[in-house]
Design a protein around this ligand. Structure first.
Ligand code: VG1
Ligand code: CO
Length: 557
């Protein structure tokens, strides 16, 4: 093939956020916008750079993905990439891509996804670069990509014809290869290694009345869900819903929470489902619910960590090397860590911050309150992994029990043993950016201007610390500043305020509330009732309504 050099001029807004570059599709459609960013990735690719490299490419199936994959291949070959590994039809869930990068010992991967954001021509698209460990590029790399995008003057592209991604097999151009692989089989092999599928199968057999419903929210996990729950575990077809990936996710937010996964919530309640689960557009998030319980993600990771080395074959082998959570995630997992005498780390929001600890062998299981749960089996959070982990645990606890132990029973036992960290997150989406920024900077000024020592609600809550969270990576000692305002009270309760780094228009303000309880009679009360005082304090100090005009959150977790 021949290579052309095309002159271009930079865009100023290609700074990757919490998880890659996310913008409206029409932004990516501007002249050379996508080409510039893709070239910037290859320019900034960590040593030894793109020449002779192996790069994995795939995405969540959203609108514009296939077009961008063709571009990536053409620009990549021109930059010297030796081999591209692409999922069939361009499909790879985010954790599946992470697995393939690791398994193929690729130099990196380019993931086409805007995760849980809606898809379609008027919605979102995203491009994310992952490094050779399979994880999202650290800030040092995303900063170099951004720098390259600001000074770009040309990009290189080859003149090869479009590739047919539908056909599994290899296409060669000289000594360059494009390999189209089955999107699912490597992932399936991996989870079968990790979990006790036989135990799960005997549990299902022993409990013929047990009902499971997995909702793919029309996202990338549809095919994976079908292979795992129907073909492998032999569940009836009624156990999966919305499991055909769609370019616009059926016009919905493919986000597994109580607001956007409303169809699952309704089904679970109406059909009295024992085990309901959903994953997001790109397959890295998960929600676990039952007809009588919603498992808060902060608790979910704590429960998985608590049972892992007894119930899950992978951890029986590796043991628990350490646990971790993102800063706003509740300290539920901290209590499990203390009990099992392992270390627990608190990192900023975003999965990229777990990678170094995992690579150093210091971290086995971790989670984020934003429906992200995972382990060191890959370097992304993994929605289906969490769903199968829960199923594995359920099978384990029921294996020596006369009567059926439900998800709610597991949670009740957990709270009895460890106490309960009540947790809730309020999202105020698509708020005016100026108002949100002003609210944030004024609250920050308050944090550093005498908030410490202030008491609220007749002395019930006294602030003992208030700061903008800053993190020093224990492995490479890199420092990440401005990671969210964290206000801690004398009883350990916390209020956290952040501005989202994944939105594509306006600002999203996130408030996080946490309070610990260990009085038996209070353990099973309603979360919103338990947290009411803290929520009132947060709205009072932040003056959110005055700055943004918002009274009610758009999403409550
Ligand atoms: C949100 C979540 C964060 C998560 C990120 C990516 O970021 O809060 O915990 O890691 O999304 O999730 P932010 O900056 O909007 O709060 V997803 O499923 O992209 O990959
Ligand atoms: Co996601």
């Amino acid at each position: 093939f021949s290579t052309e050099v095309i002159a271009t001029s930079p865009y100023t807004d290609q700074k990757p956020g919490t998880s890659g570059l996310r913008k409206k599709v029409r932004v990516f459609m501007q002249d050379n916008y996508t080409e510039n960013f893709v070239q910037a990735i290859f320019t900034a690719m960590p040593a030894p750079g793109p020449k002779d490299s192996v790069v994995v490419v795939g995405g969540d199936g959203r609108y514009y993905m296939k077009h961008v994959i063709q571009k990536i291949i053409k620009i990549g070959l021109a930059n010297g990439v030796k081999k591209f590994i692409v999922g069939q039809d361009g499909i790879l869930s985010t954790p599946a891509a992470s697995n393939i990068i690791r398994k193929a010992q690729a130099n990196g991967g380019i993931l086409l996804t805007a995760s849980h954001n809606p898809g379609g021509i008027d919605n979102d698209f995203g491009i994310k670069y992952n490094t050779s460990n399979g994880g999202p590029a650290p800030e040092s790399v995303t900063d170099s990509i951004f720098e390259a995008s600001k000074v770009i003057s040309e990009y290189k592209i080859t003149d090869i014809p479009d590739i047919d991604f539908n056909k599994i097999g290899s296409v060669h151009f000289g000594d360059h290869t494009i390999e189209i692989i089955d999107s699912i089989s490597d992932y399936l092999d991996m989870v079968k290694e990790i979990f006790d599928f036989n135990l799960i199968k005997s549990f299902l057999k022993a409990h013929p009345d047990f009902t499971l419903l997995f909702d793919g929210l029309n996202g990338v996990t549809g095919g994976y869900g079908r292979r795992i729950f129907i073909e492998e575990l032999g569940l009836p077809l009624s156990s999966i819903d919305q499991c055909v990936p769609m370019e616009d996710f059926g016009g919905e937010h493919p986000d597994p929470n109580l607001t956007y996964a409303h169809k699952l919530v309704k089904n679970v309640n109406e059909k009295k489902i024992d085990f309901g689960a959903a994953s997001d557009g790109d397959g890295d998030r998960n929600m676990i619910i039952s007809n009588d319980w919603f498992v808060n993600p902060s608790d979910s990771v704590a429960v998985i960590a608590d049972y892992a080395k007894h119930a899950i074959p992978y951890f029986k082998k590796t043991g628990i090397r350490g646990l971790a959570r993102s800063m706003p995630t509740s300290a539920s997992i901290d209590r499990v860590a203390e009990y099992h005498k392992v270390k627990v780390y608190e990192v900023p929001t975003g999965w990229k911050f777990f990678g170094n600890l995992m690579d150093a062998g210091q971290l086995s299981i971790c989670g984020e309150e934003s429906f992200g749960t995972g382990s060191d089996h890959v370097r992304e959070k993994d929605g289906l992994w969490a769903v199968i982990a829960w199923l594995n645990i359920l099978a384990y606890v029921n294996s020596n029990s006369q009567s059926f132990i439900s998800i709610k029973d597991i949670m009740e036992t957990h709270y009895d043993k460890y106490g309960r960290n009540f947790f809730s997150r309020y999202d105020y989406e698509e708020v005016d950016s100026n108002g949100a920024n002003k609210m944030y900077s004024d609250l920050k000024a308050k944090c550093y201007g005498g908030l410490v020592g202030t008491s609220f609600l007749n002395g019930a809550f006294t602030v003992i610390s208030a700061e903008d969270f800053e993190y020093t990576d224990p492995i490479d000692h890199s420092v990440s500043k401005n990671q969210g305002l964290r206000i801690i009270f004398s009883d350990g309760s916390r209020i956290i305020v952040r501005l989202s780094g994944t939105g594509s228009s306006g600002a999203t303000v996130r408030f996080y509330f946490e309070m610990f309880e260990n009085r038996t009679e209070k353990l099973m009360i309603d979360t919103q009732v338990a947290l009411k005082p803290l929520i009132e304090i947060a709205l009072e100090i932040s003056k959110l309504k005055e700055y943004t005009g918002r009274d009610e959150p758009t999403v409550i977790t």
